[in-house]
Design a protein around this ligand. Structure first.
Ligand SMILES: C[S@@+](CC[C@H](N)C(=O)[O-])C[C@H]1O[C@@H](n2cnc3c(N)ncnc32)[C@H](O)[C@@H]1O
Length: 242
């Protein structure tokens, strides 16, 4: 089965606190506050719309957000208050130079092959306006390298049992994981997934080669500098002029 969809939603939504989502949305509102109001800002892989629904309703980005999501179940569960288009990050359903910005949370841009990451960034360069801002969140490579093996087992509030094992390979930068959710009625949802974590210098090179230049790097939602201890890596990059 696919990792995204029922398995992801059932195993992730119980852990997403509204307080953290609110802080993430505030970070994004600040990041895009000065973006010219001439085109939509896309929430890439918006899921059920926890960021888009907040940002599009009030504040500096009101009426400027459009969600992009591939998974039908996530879309059917989406929160109110923002427009959405069903589509694939690898073939974006937007016209050339139409978006004034885009953002992606939770390593959404890096759950593919290295070749596909180039395709996605090139697609973003195609659909964004020159000078447009791309903001994305992931986890620092060093964090995975420091504890490459992880395993957990947890009982969810609905009685389901969630198990996951993952192994990070620093030589490929890929964290390979298997997640299994045994529902209370005995049904088992299980899928493998992999996320690519790039050392910052490699990430900068990837962005440069696809038309973007890094403007800032933060290690947390308050704009903290990235350090050895940072749990987050948040990058702001602009699409270069030519
Ligand atoms: C890690 S989740 C993040 C969801 C949401 N942005 C959040 O922070 O809660 C990644 C999202 O990207 C979507 N996704 C995965 N592959 C995609 C693709 N090829 N094109 C568009 N969306 C995709 C998944 O269905 C999922 O909703």
């Amino acid at each position: 089965m696919d990792f995204f969809g029922e398995l992801y939603l059932r195993s992730t939504l119980p852990f997403l606190s509204e307080a953290v989502t609110a802080r993430e949305a505030e970070y994004l509102a600040r990041a895009f506050a000065d973006t010219p109001d001439t085109g939509f800002i896309a929430d890439l892989g918006c899921g059920h719309g926890r960021h888009a629904s907040r940002l599009n309703v009030s504040g500096p980005l009101a009426h400027r957000i459009i969600g992009l999501e591939k998974d039908a179940l996530s879309l059917s569960m989406r929160r109110r208050g923002f427009p959405v288009v069903r589509g694939d990050l690898r073939a974006l359903p937007f016209g050339e130079g139409t978006l004034s910005g885009a953002y992606a949370w939770y390593s959404t841009l890096f759950a593919f092959s290295d070749e596909e990451h180039v395709t996605i960034l090139r697609e973003l360069a195609r659909v964004m306006k020159r000078g447009g801002l791309l903001v994305f969140h992931t986890v620092p490579f060093e964090r995975l390298a420091a504890s490459p093996r992880a395993a957990f087992r947890r009982t969810l509030p609905d009685g389901g049992v969630l198990e996951e094992e993952s192994q990070f390979d620093a030589s490929t930068g890929r964290d390979e994981a298997r997640r299994t959710l045994t529902l209370k009625d005995g049904r088992v949802l299980s899928a493998s997934y992999a996320i690519r974590y790039y050392p910052l210098a490699e990430l900068a090179g990837l962005l440069e080669s696809t038309g973007f230049s890094i403007t800032w790097v933060h290690g947390g939602l308050e704009g903290e500098p990235l350090t050895q201890l940072s749990a987050d890596l948040i990058v702001g990059a602009v699409l270069r002029d030519g």
